[in-house]
Design a protein around this ligand. Structure first.
Ligand SMILES: Cc1cc2nc3c(=O)[nH]c(=O)nc-3n(C[C@H](O)[C@H](O)[C@H](O)COP(=O)(O)OP(=O)(O)OC[C@H]3O[C@@H](n4cnc5c(N)ncnc54)[C@H](O)[C@@H]3O)c2cc1C
Length: 356
């Protein structure tokens, strides 16, 4: 087995592998699936997220802009009221995730192959015993899957999901419509990219079938879309590890969602995963320096965490009004985002680790 092993060929694992290979190392990436692109239940999926493309390039050495698209439209539907959301004002982009050639995963995979990274698929790590077979300083970036969280005792919450997808003719549509309503205590959305349309309802308590029915009705009234088949599944969310993020699991290095690394403005996963891939690569040679970078990345969670905590105290009937006010302000006031992200590596070139 080569000296450098990465488990998980997702965003964090691929960025980490590319960085290690560029240092001239022999790198092997192992993944449970039979090909690149993660779980066929989750993907292909259009994922929207705040990104600073220049900041990410400067920090990780990886230019993801060829795999990223601007939004054609964004809006929120709060208890039936439609509110336009200026996605550009919140620096948000859409990426495709999954196995298709148009995905960010496939793009990073091709960069990794060019850099000389080797891959082995159909390799599942199911327990801490499996992970302990790996050489010290192997990187574990297994994303939103229970095995990684359980094996390294990383705290998590379980979230409950309904997801449906279908093909659409308009391959240029990159929309997101975010729903908050009585049918979820969290949120739901529809989104599209490269001819794939997705609808996703979830919350941190079991979702009832009548809630799904109400979501379907709301989508039909607002957007005119209907779906034939819904997948139901659960996955771990690192909300609990946001208060307890960890870069190390014994001799192993943790990365991506498993490490509790997220984007600190909206608490989305993509920016954090990309940045954390670089931090994991630094950790292979210099645990101390990597830990300093990791603390910078996760210290930005405090303000967002406090804001979320305050929101959770707002009684149900006033929550919708508070959400509408925040959404309207987010679109016009960039200072909220700047405050939430201040010090986050990869934003506004606030920290540049390339070449370290
Ligand atoms: C349906 C869905 C929608 C999402 N929407 C958004 C969004 O709109 N915006 C956003 O910012 N974030 C979104 N996220 C979250 C985002 O995708 C993740 O935060 C991000 O992918 C985390 O990157 P990662 O590298 O940690 O893990 P991933 O990119 O998920 O990669 C994990 C890899 O590890 C492999 N793996 C898992 N377990 C094992 C194992 N036991 N053994 C071997 N290999 C294993 C998987 O096959 C996968 O290839 C969404 C997630 C899902 C599932």
């Amino acid at each position: 087995m080569p000296e450098n092993v990465v488990v998980g060929a997702g965003l964090a694992g691929l960025v980490c592998a590319i960085n290690l290979a560029k240092e001239g190392r022999e790198v092997l990436v192992l993944d449970r699936e039979k090909r690149i692109g993660g779980s066929p239940v989750y993907h292909p999926s259009p994922e929207g997220t705040p990104l600073d493309l220049e900041g990410i390039k400067a920090y990780t050495g990886v230019d993801i802009s060829p795999a990223v698209k601007e939004f054609t439209s964004g809006r929120a539907v709060i208890y039936g009221e439609v509110i336009p959301v200026d996605m550009e004002a919140i620096s948000s982009y859409m990426v495709e995730r999954g196995p298709r050639s148009t995905s960010l995963d496939s793009y990073l995979y091709s960069l990794a192959l060019d850099a000389g990274v080797k891959f082995e698929f159909n390799k599942s790590f199911l327990s801490s015993d499996d992970f302990m077979q790996l050489p010290p300083n192997s990187v574990v970036a297994t994303g939103l899957h229970f095995e990684g969280f359980d094996s390294f005792n990383v705290p998590y919450l379980t979230s409950f999901h309904y997801l449906a997808r279908k093909k659409i003719k308009d391959v240029n549509s990159t929309h997101v419509t975010i729903y908050h309503d009585h049918f979820t205590t969290d949120y739901a959305y529809t989104s599209s990219i490269n001819g794939v349309l997705l609808a996703h309802l979830f919350q941190r308590h079991p979702v009832k079938r009548d809630a799904l029915k109400k979501f379907e009705e709301r989508i039909y009234i607002t957007e005119g879309f209907e779906f034939d088949h819904w997948e139901h599944f659960t996955f771990p969310v690192p909300a609990a590890s946001i208060r307890n993020p960890r870069l190390f699991g014994g001799k192993m290095i943790l990365a991506g969602t498993l490490a509790g690394c997220m984007e600190s403005y909206m608490f989305f996963g993509i920016h954090g995963a990309l940045i954390s891939g670089k931090i994991a690569a630094i950790a292979v040679t210099d645990r101390g320096k990597a830990y300093e970078e990791f603390l910078k990345a996760v210290s930005t969670f405090k303000s967002a965490y406090i804001l979320k905590k305050l929101l959770s105290f707002i009684p149900g009937n006033m929550y919708g009004a508070a959400l509408k006010m925040i959404l309207r302000r987010m679109s016009v006031d960039r200072r909220i985002g700047e405050f939430a992200r201040s010090g986050m590596p990869g934003w506004n070139n606030s920290s540049t680790a390339k070449g370290s």
